[in-house]
Design a protein around this ligand. Structure first.
Ligand code: SF4
Length: 384
């Protein structure tokens, strides 16, 4: 995008334009230290200033311009898939989690292969093209169970398996005395297709030490992703905010993701949503407002200029905010979410039908298109 285009599209206050132009100067990128973010760099301070001080509409206009630059066709995609949480037994004790149960808890469960297969069949009947399969860090499940599960699904209920977040992969590596590389190779050989970005929360160690001390640290989480990318797998990446972190922590999270992406190009999409504190140890933490969410989506679109897709998180924020997010940098309406246990365990969840999702996309001025996990569009699914 040219400077003139930025000025004409956004009709912004000149200081905002200047801040944007400062961000675009390629030589400033050289100040960026990939794995140890320099918070005093001009680029970092410029983005932080933009996040904290630009008006909501100015920030949205910049993000919308970036979205248009990356996705000029006016199409907003969505996917039909199903969350399958194969176990809720977990020893990680994350303070923000309402989903897990400690070992031996009466409500702990592990789904059988047959139960998982039945859920896949139901989802496929509704048009699902992938499953998102994640679970707790269950110390009682042997590695062979996961491998056989993947083989079972591919044999009897074939579908794209987007499964096992980096924190699960890291847990497997520690539990089964394997390297992350070995774990991923075995999972891939058994049928794993791609890795979801779950468990990212805020990729700043101080924050993780406060709320999720026992699971993969910030460096390890990113390392797992980089190894997965090196093995040829695509992954998504997330940020759950509202854990008491600073705005600078959020911007650092985005910088760290961008640094990995600059090396690997393996992240297909970024998704951000706020903490849902109900029924968790963090109950009472103030909930995010719409403005904060939209600002966060917008700054993510601007920092992550090398991550192609940004999902609107309407499951936590509601369809209307999701719709507005399409004008704050998002180009994807996410998933129909046939089943969502983790967010709903914390009490906040929104539901929609495919027709409702498509209508919200159309009403926001875009053409809806159903997609696969790799963002390829399913034929005949673009609606005028
Ligand atoms: S967020 Fe995941 S790892 Fe943390 S307690 Fe919940 S299920 Fe366990």
């Amino acid at each position: 995008m040219t400077i003139a285009e930025v000025r004409s599209i956004c009709t912004l206050h000149s200081s905002i334009v200047n801040r944007y132009l400062l961000l675009r100067q390629p030589d400033l990128k050289e100040l960026f230290v990939p794995d140890r973010i320099d918070r005093s760099s001009p680029e970092f301070r410029s983005f932080l200033d933009l996040y904290e001080n630009a008006s909501l509409l100015e920030l949205g206009a910049l993000a919308d311009a970036k979205r248009r630059e990356l996705h000029p066709d006016g199409v907003v995609t969505y996917i039909v898939d199903r969350n399958i949480n194969y176990t809720n037994v977990c020893v990680a004790d994350c303070k923000f989690c309402a989903f897990y149960r400690r070992p031996k808890h009466a409500e702990g469960y592990v789904l059988s292969y047959e139960e998982i297969g039945a859920k896949i069949d139901e989802a496929k009947a509704l048009g699902a093209v992938q499953i998102l399969m994640q679970g707790g860090h269950n110390p009682y499940i042997p590695f062979e169970w996961y491998l056989e599960l993947l083989r079972y699904i591919k044999r009897h209920h074939p579908i794209h398996i987007h499964g096992f977040s980096p924190s699960e992969v890291e847990f497997f590596a520690g539990r089964f005395r394997m390297s992350v590389d070995e774990v991923l190779k075995e999972l891939m050989a058994a049928g794993l297709d791609s890795v979801p970005g779950g468990g990212g929360e805020i990729l700043v160690q101080d924050v993780r030490d406060r709320v999720a001390k026992k699971k993969a640290g910030a460096d390890k989480w990113l390392e797992v992703m980089e190894i997965a990318h090196g093995l040829g797998m695509k992954t998504s990446v997330t940020m759950m905010y509202g854990l008491g972190e600073t705005h600078a922590d959020r911007v650092e999270h985005l910088f760290r993701v961008r640094a990995v992406q600059a090396r690997t190009r393996g992240f297909t999409a970024f998704i951000t949503w706020p903490l849902q504190p109900e029924h968790t140890e963090m109950e009472g933490t103030p909930k995010t407002d719409a403005q904060t969410h939209l600002r966060t989506v917008a700054i993510a679109r601007l920092v992550l200029d090398n991550v192609p897709n940004l999902q609107a998180s309407w499951v936590t924020m509601g369809l209307k905010i999701g719709q507005i997010a399409l004008r704050f940098g998002c180009n994807d309406f996410g998933s129909l979410m046939i089943e969502e246990n983790v967010v709903s365990a914390a009490g906040t969840t929104h539901h929609a039908t495919i027709e409702e999702m498509r209508r919200h996309i159309v009403d926001a001025g875009f053409m809806p298109a159903r997609r696969r996990q790799d963002y390829s569009i399913i034929k005949d699914e673009i609606a005028a």
